[in-house]
Design a protein around this ligand. Structure first.
Ligand code: G4P
Length: 520
């Protein structure tokens, strides 16, 4: 396999060379389609793990990096999001894991703001499933190019043409097969690479084997009736190259990786309020898109995951923490692998580094070499479920305040403090977030809480001229609260009441999405 990108790199600056060999991606799928198995295979191919099965050993149920939280193990779903950096041939990949469960869709959305492309894994027996469709829609909103893996070809599957047709019509997406399966189910034994006309078979099979003939004929028909690969359409997100394979049998996975290396985009420019920041600029800029606590149960630590947006990261750099207007020493930035972490001595745009910190970094923060920049990619969504939090032991109220603040900053849930001084409200997209919140408050802060219903069901961030806002707050005092940034929200008991309030206050803005750093 030749992946020589040296030639085209001759005239480039050192930073440009580094940027061009980076691919930052996520894997999206419906639960059980094979995301964990694929992750394992990819890490194995890249030599990041010794053997497949390492990421999530059976029996012992060791999980991937995404699966640290105890609650996740109990429920067998992926709650936390994580990043893994590894090299393959001449490329550096950053794989960001997204939670499989829909209750954590806000986390997923944030993670998808930090990738340049995605692999969509589809179970060959099931086709497009509900969660795949939702995740796909998020990618489409952000014009993220998508490669498709039709997985589990070693099992009974739908007809390949039907699958392609289903993807195309269900997602309004053009598809172009890059590889074609040889055999199906129990007789699946490899893939045929349509453009290079090469066979990659898991065992020797004769030239005149029926499976080869069928694959050739079908691949020819597919090439005739389906669009051919068009880089522009792919980068715009309107066409997806499709790979067939079996993650568990390790068939077709290297082809997928090669497709990612050759076809997926290198890190692109990122938008800040002030200007667009090009990945190849000299000065380092980075955006925190996720906070994760308790990665190592043995010592309570808090890791901010930042995507480098430009420049060159060096350990020990003194950066500017733009929100706080303070110096920030980058003493121990880390790269993560399957099981290990390692100090990041240097990094470039597209790389995701973990920055250990004591709570001064939060989602949406920008780090620079001095320039005042606010990256705009990471949004907060108005929660769909609101609960009032009740503490069992009233003596622990102060500790609860701290816990809520910290968990709110990590994005576990949103916290709203009513202006009338009543108990805090917790806002979530899915109820599992409440379970995580409750479990973590108990485990990490030794605080027992329960959640109660509230008369409020709708939240909007309110913005407007100061005097108009003050008048509004005075009138609506019992329905106004602050989020963890101190930004005001209006709470309402129904969508109807919300609409009425919005209509009655044309001078104010009521926002259902808050771009962090105030750039909505
Ligand atoms: P997920 O992360 O998307 O939820 O899926 P995961 O990789 O955990 O895979 C879900 C199930 O599908 C697992 O079986 C896994 O072994 C199986 N699987 C994944 N890829 C393939 C494939 O290419 N072919 C076949 N036949 N099976 C595949 P399980 O029985 O639920 O788990 P386990 O007992 O194997 O751990």
């Amino acid at each position: 396999m030749s992946l020589d990108i040296q030639k085209e790199k001759v005239k480039m600056s050192p930073i440009e060379k580094e940027v061009r060999r980076r691919r930052t991606f996520a894997i999206i799928s419906h639960p059980d389609a094979g995301k964990t198995t694929l992750t394992e295979r990819i890490l194995h191919a890249a030599g990041a793990i010794q053997m497949a099965g390492h990421v999530r050993a059976k029996g012992e149920r060791r999980r991937t990096r995404s699966d640290w939280l105890a609650i996740e193990q109990q429920r067998g779903i992926s709650v936390a999001t994580s990043a893994m950096t590894f090299s393959w041939h001449d490329y550096v990949f950053n794989l960001l894991d997204t939670p499989g469960h829909e209750d954590f869709s806000e986390d997923t959305y944030r993670t998808l703001t930090a990738v340049d492309c995605a692999i969509m894994v589809i179970d060959a027996a099931k086709g497009i499933e509900e969660r795949t469709r939702k995740l796909f829609e998020i990618c489409r909103l952000r014009d993220i190019p998508i490669l498709t893996l039709i997985n589990k070809m070693d099992r009974e599957s739908e007809d390949c043409f039907d699958l392609l047709e289903e993807i195309s019509s269900a997602l309004a997406l053009d598809v172009c097969p890059v590889t074609w399966p040889v055999g199906r189910g129990a007789t699946f034994c490899g893939i045929y690479d349509i453009s290079t006309k090469q066979w990659r078979l898991s065992k020797e099979i004769p030239e005149d084997d029926k499976r080869r003939q069928v694959a050739l004929e079908e691949a020819e028909v597919a090439a005739d009736i389906l669009p051919s690969f068009d880089s522009k359409a792919f980068l715009e997100g309107s066409l997806s190259p499709v790979f067939f394979g079996s993650a568990i049998k390790d068939i077709g996975i290297e082809d997928l990786l090669m497709g990612l290396a050759e076809k997926a985009p290198f890190p692109k420019a990122q938008h800040a309020i002030e200007r667009e920041v090009n990945a190849e600029e000299d000065k380092l800029t980075a955006l925190v898109f996720r906070i994760q606590a308790n990665m190592d149960p043995n010592h309570r630590d808090r890791m901010a995951f930042a995507r480098i947006c430009s420049g060159r990261l060096e350990r020990g750099m003194k950066l500017t923490h733009v929100r706080l207007g303070k110096q920030f020493g980058l003493n121990a930035p880390q790269f993560f692998f399957a099981k290990d972490r390692q100090i990041a001595e240097e990094g470039y745009a597209g790389d995701v580094v973990g920055i250990p910190n004591r709570g001064n970094l939060r989602i949406g923060d920008t780090l620079t070499e001095g320039e005042v920049l606010h990256f705009t990619g990471v949004p907060s969504f108005a929660p769909e479920i609101l609960r009032r939090i009740r503490i069992v032991d009233a003596m622990k109220a102060k500790k609860l305040r701290q816990g809520l603040k910290e968990l709110g900053e990590e994005g576990v849930s949103q916290i709203f403090r009513p202006m009338d001084g009543s108990q805090a409200l917790v806002g979530v997209v899915g109820t599992l977030q409440l379970d995580v919140m409750q479990a973590r408050l108990a485990a990490e802060y030794k605080i027992e809480v329960t959640f109660e219903g509230t008369s409020f069901s709708e939240v909007r961030w309110v913005r407007g001229e100061r005097t108009k806002l003050e008048d509004f707050f005075a009138m609506q005092r019992s329905s106004i609260a602050e989020d963890i940034d101190g930004d005001p929200v209006f709470l309402s008991s129904s969508a109807f009441m919300m609409e009425r309030t919005i209509a009655a206050n044309p001078d104010l803005e009521f926002l259902s999405i808050k771009r962090l750093q105030g750039a909505s």
